[in-house]
Design a protein around this ligand. Structure first.
Ligand code: ADP
Ligand code: MG
Length: 325
């Protein structure tokens, strides 16, 4: 069983940032309004995620760390609103690290805690905590030393973690996110709200306070596919494409087709070595897209790639033209 979980971990948990992604998604699935992330040693020594969500009932703590146990079951995978559904993350993390989960529900009058180390589960014990959940991951990959050797420096792992949080945070403007680490990649994203203005304020927190006045709103649709968001004007660029955020039905994705469409849209107005800053949200019939090609990767498979590409290129070009660019 530990072996199976370690194999699954090899798929899902590539580096500290993958752990942070899974834990933050769990917090959001639990309805958190605040998510606090603390790391040490680039996340290899410590990752701690605290939320104020619904919590896990004491009698379900053991289930939470069991393989393929999820409280988010739905018959249709495309239908699910929650980010997680495989019931794989916690057992995978528990098989390669020292994991502890402390939680308290609104109904529960005390908190409880469970821990696993390298796959060995210790009995549930009472604990003290506020409502919500704290998940602590220490000594990531201590049980799989070969994987540990592949880690880049502390700086690189921290910036990957910070990128993951920003990526998710853009889709949840009403949630407050903080990241505290031992280096420069500290984040403080106060809650805004789900209105377009709140959305833009969240973008300013992530992209820089000067993003709103240097960007144009996008709102376009074609054959049941809707595209909204903000894209930067040509004078506002970056040396890399890190600040290009894309979402499909609310899920963060990194997709070649979308990246290519953005490049295409700016082809005539940006130098080859510069990149636009964008946040784009695609909304379409879940039956016409597969966002779950691989658990850890964010690839997307569109039923009609040409339609999506055409919409993105057309909408950005039109917006730039309308702005007189
Ligand atoms: P999944 O998210 O796919 O269901 P996970 O292994 O990530 O699988 O989590 C297992 C279960 O543990 C979840 O279905 C949920 O019931 C519970 N859980 C995990 N993290 C939290 C959290 N922060 N708050 C409340 N419940 C949680
Ligand atoms: Mg999960």
């Amino acid at each position: 069983e530990t072996m199976i979980n370690q194999i699954a971990a090899g798929e899902v948990i590539e580096r500290p940032a993958s752990v942070v992604k899974e834990l933050v998604e769990n917090a959001l699935d639990a309805g958190a309004g605040r998510v606090e992330i603390v790391t040490a040693g680039g996340g290899l020594n410590l990752i701690r995620v605290t939320d104020d969500g619904g919590g896990i009932p004491e009698q379900e703590l053991e289930l939470a760390v069991a393989r393929h146990c999820t409280s988010k079951l739905s018959t249709d995978i495309n239908d699910i609103r929650s980010l997680g559904f495989r019931g794989e993350a916690l057992p995978s993390i528990g098989s390669v690290a020292r994991l502890s989960i402390r939680s308290r529900t609104a109904a529960g009058d005390s908190a409880a805690e469970i821990s696993i180390e390298g796959g060995r589960i210790a009995p549930v014990r009472p604990a003290a905590a506020n409502r919500g959940t704290t998940v602590e991951v220490r000594d990531l990959f201590f049980a799989t030393p070969a994987r540990l050797k592949f880690m880049k420096g502390e700086r690189a792992e921290s910036s990957a973690t910070s990128d993951v949080i920003k990526r998710i945070a853009i889709a949840f403007p009403a949630v407050r996110f903080t990241l505290a680490g031992s280096d420069r990649s500290t984040l403080e994203l106060p809650a805004t709200d789900d209105t377009p203005e709140g959305q833009l304020r969240r973008l300013a927190q992530v992209m820089g306070a000067d993003f709103p006045e240097n960007s144009i709103a996008i709102d376009a649709g074609r054959e049941g596919v809707r595209l909204t968001g903000h894209v930067s004007i040509p004078s506002f660029t970056r040396a890399n494409a890190l600040q290009q955020y894309a979402y499909v039905n609310g899920r963060p994705v990194r997709d070649k087709l979308i990246a290519g469409a953005i490049r295409g849209a700016y082809m005539d107005v940006l130098p080859r070595d510069r990149h636009a800053v964008v946040a784009l949200f695609l909304t379409l019939d879940p039956a016409t897209v597969d966002v779950n090609v691989h658990p850890a990767k964010a690839d997307v498979r569109f039923r009609d790639p040409g339609l999506v590409r055409g919409l993105i290129v057309g909408a950005i070009r039109q917006a730039l033209t309308d702005a007189g660019i």
